[in-house]
Design a protein around this ligand. Structure first.
Ligand code: ADP
Ligand code: MG
Length: 385
């Protein structure tokens, strides 16, 4: 299996990988559970076809048996990602495991049934580190270089799921690491064919604040006009109070308690499934009785938005005459899009919202960092060659 370009967003809640520019992005919940060898051996009672590997992924890494992604979520009863400390991607073993998981799924798409071994050659790999980790270093590049090095060279792991067992050997030639939240600007400036995007000119006249709304943190980067590069450490901020997943957890434990959700993760899936229609209906599995909980859910999302917006606005001071433009993205942006608009319109005006606030279409907003990485990768590998 030959990979020309692989870009990864190793998120705290979700892991994304874009391989060879494929618009079909590999998405895996960031979750890992270690099983004892005995437990691992009997875990899947039947052979799993490789088309179903995503739900039943077990890896063997350094002699350890690991459930990864959806299988790990199911095992955990789903809430391990909430309230747990943000993992440090620059040191956590989770980063390699999620890298292997993405490769295992890509290999399952590419390879023949029942092979015993695959060699994967990666010409160019890139990933990013979040702002809160980079702010711990004297120089950002100390951390990004060390992170990049972890994915370079040779690796071996096994897919341990019954029916899909195989050894995978990986060789990465070039590996790079960038700054989350910052790389997103490349997806505003350029199209995938590296021509200048039409969106870019919207950011010509103002300083822009990129707001990456994730499950656990909100990360901010302030950019000079025309989406140029930030100049100082003060242009980077992380907001850790008021995590979105905390709001979901409260909904699960309080207002939605009586509706038999299995976990906060379950409530999160319910919201993800329904936010586009804006109709939230719970169905009682035993009686078939339907209850409309739209008001409860929307009030919680509105309250969350009303909490974070003043925090977002107060992160950076501004000089008289300079008006910031706010760009919102990350997985939570599509979900609260309408409440952001509502907040800005109510507290400022509709005109201010249109002029100074920007949210890409849902899918682009969710993947803006990853798309930015892909554009940087194309610039690094296609141009001048
Ligand atoms: P992080 O960078 O912290 O991993 P993301 O930016 O990926 O977080 O955002 C995670 C959140 O995205 C989830 O908590 C969920 O609420 C939201 N989300 C929006 N659309 C989806 C989707 N299609 N699948 C999963 N999560 C989604
Ligand atoms: Mg993220």
């Amino acid at each position: 299996v030959h990979i020309k370009r692989m870009n990864m967003d190793l998120g705290n809640s979700m892991t994304f990988a874009m391989i060879n520019g494929n618009a079909n992005i590999i998405e895996i919940p960031t979750a890992v559970v270690e099983l004892s060898e005995t437990k691992a051996k009997g875990y899947f009672t039947d052979d799993i076809p490789k088309s179903k590997l995503k739900n039943s992924l077990m890896l063997k890494v350094d002699g350890k048996y690991l459930l990864v992604g959806e299988a790990a979520e199911k095992f955990l009863g789903n809430d391990s990602h909430i309230g747990v400390e943000l993992h440090e991607k620059s040191t956590s073993k989770l980063s390699e495991i999620m890298f292997f998981a993405a490769l295992a799924l890509h290999d399952a798409e590419q390879s023949m049934e029942h092979e015993e071994k695959t060699d994967i050659q990666i010409d160019y790999f890139s990933t990013m580190l979040p702002i809160f980790e980079l702010l711990e270093a004297d120089k950002f590049s100390d951390k990004t270089n060390a992170m990049a090095d972890r994915f370079k060279g040779d690796f071996t792991f096994e897919v341990a799921t019954n029916g899909c067992r195989k050894t995978i050997e990986v060789k990465t030639e070039v590996s790079k690491c960038y700054t989350e939240g910052l790389v997103a600007k490349f997806a505003l400036k350029y199209n995938f064919d590296l021509t200048e995007s039409e969106t870019a000119e919207k950011f010509d006249r103002n300083l822009t604040i990129n707001n990456d709304l994730g499950g656990g943190t909100i990360d901010q980067v302030r950019l000079p006009k025309r989406l140029e590069n930030p100049k100082s450490r003060n242009d980077f901020k992380t907001i850790t109070e008021a995590p979105f997943l905390g709001t979901i957890k409260d909904l699960y434990e309080q207002k939605l308690r009586k509706y038999n959700f299995k976990s906060a993760r379950d409530v999160e899936h319910f919201i993800v499934k329904n936010y586009e229609s804006g109709k939230y209906i719970v169905v009682d599995g035993k009686t078939g009785l339907e209850t409309d909980v739209t008001a409860v859910v929307e009030n919680a999302l509105r309250e969350y938005t009303n909490t974070i917006m003043p925090i977002i606005f107060s992160s950076f001071s501004s000089e008289q005459g300079e008006v910031y433009k706010y760009n919102y993205f990350g997985g939570v942006a599509p979900i609260i899009r309408k409440f952001i608009e509502e907040y800005v319109t109510a507290n400022y005006s509709e005109e201010v919202f249109k002029k100074y606030h920007h949210i890409e279409p849902d899918r682009t907003a969710r993947f803006l960092n990853l798309y930015g990485l892909e554009i940087i990768s194309r610039q690094n590998t296609l141009v001048n060659k």
